[in-house]
Design a protein around this ligand. Structure first.
Ligand code: ZN
Ligand code: ZN
Ligand code: ZN
Length: 366
């Protein structure tokens, strides 16, 4: 059985208990996960329909037919193409008609225009988000997937080791970001994002690099990621140009301890929310609880952000093969901010950090 057929069969196996009659996903990571097909997101629908009885049909526009047949690595999926004047949705009727359980799970990344067209055609069905089922599969990585994440983590480690060559006072965040994107591209298939947040901008976790010129004394948060063989990297280190502001070293020292506590809490049987609590407790004790304005982390795989969520309320019990970020930070408006982010994998004995670059504050010449 191909790895993708095996995934489709596991998904079929989850449907009865969830009272789902069929699953429909469009272009994006769910489709890639289930079939291997890296489909273009077009206004013409590309849809995979999978019935609880195992029938699987992928519809694609005729001009994508060659790519679809070449890339769909799941023999149980029948690929059907439609012409410019055909009704594409009619080709999915064999999957959505006469369902034993009249509820269809729609991919979370399916465009609204396709979801509405399906809903108009099949008025007797009810609809649920497919993530309830698909994320159950996707968050449990097999050893090959963990190794792919380890390789892409090593790639972004190599980029962070080169940051000192491009980050200096007198350059704008944007100039630094352009050079970092180039370095990421050399180590990855694609660049996913580049955050360079200096001085006051370091207090904004997802700051978009802009024209502000970096100055002596700036703390600079560098959070970068790309993709390699379908696996995502996502890693943050914090740098300082010369001497950091008053009080920053002590806050950063607490952040290092918080990140280490989060990682140390990871092992099979612990809940995702427990990892968040472990990291958060350290920052709260240091008086930085209010400045830690986001969750401790997120799952990572085909998407940069996916389940599980390392946050209060996510009671997912960690299992071997789950992979996620541990990335506490603190952000103080008008002062500074900092974050340390590593990707980790849950192992039999505990945890395997996939990013290995030194986590201490990297001091660069001003
Ligand atoms: Zn983020
Ligand atoms: Zn990140
Ligand atoms: Zn992240």
């Amino acid at each position: 059985v191909s790895r993708h057929d095996a995934r489709l069969r596991r998904l079929v196996g989850l449907m009865p208990a969830a009272s789902i009659g069929a699953v429909v996903v469009g272009p994006g990571s769910d489709l890639r996960y289930l079939t291997g097909y890296h489909a273009l997101a077009l206004e013409r629908p590309t849809l995979l329909g999978l019935r609880a009885d195992g029938r699987a049909v992928l519809i694609a526009p005729r001009l994508e037919g060659m790519r679809a047949r070449a890339e769909v690595a799941a023999p149980m999926v029948e690929v059907r193409t439609y012409g410019e004047l055909d009704d594409p949705y009619a080709l999915l009727d064999t999957v959505l008609a006469d369902l034993e359980r009249p509820t269809v799970a729609l991919g979370d990344q399916l465009w609204t225009m396709f979801a509405l067209a399906l809903q108009q055609r099949h008025t007797a069905l009810s609809w649920r988000p497919a993530s309830e089922l698909v994320s159950q599969l996707r968050m449990r990585k097999d050893p090959d997937e963990v190794e792919a994440l380890a390789r892409v983590a090593a790639a972004i480690d190599r980029v962070h080791l080169q940051v000192p060559e491009v980050l200096r006072a007198g350059r704008s965040e944007h100039e630094v970001a352009v050079e970092l994107a180039d370095l990421i591209r050399r180590e990855h298939d694609e660049v996913s994002f580049v955050i360079v947040a200096g001085g006051p901008n370091a207090a904004s976790p997802h700051h978009e690099p802009g024209d502000r010129v970096l100055e002596r004394g700036d703390v600079v948060v560098v959070d970068i990621g790309g993709t390699l063989d379908g696996a995502c990297s996502d890693m943050t280190r914090t740098y300082v140009l010369g001497e950091p502001p008053e009080g920053f070293d002590a806050a950063y020292e607490a952040l290092e301890r918080a990140q280490a506590a989060g990682v140390a809490a990871v092992r099979p049987g612990v809940r995702a929310c427990d990892v968040d609590a472990a990291a958060r407790a350290v920052l709260t004790a240091a008086g930085l609880g209010d400045a830690f304005v986001h969750r401790t982390g997120h799952g990572i795989g085909l998407d940069t952000h996916e389940a599980p969520w390392i946050v209060a309320g996510d009671e997912t019990v960690l299992e071997v093969g789950m992979t996620f970020s541990v990335e506490p930070g603190f952000y103080v408006d008008g002062w500074a901010g900092a974050r340390i982010e590593d990707i980790v994998a849950v192992t039999e004995t505990g945890v395997r950090p996939l990013n290995l670059v030194d986590r201490s504050l990297r001091r660069l010449p001003g």
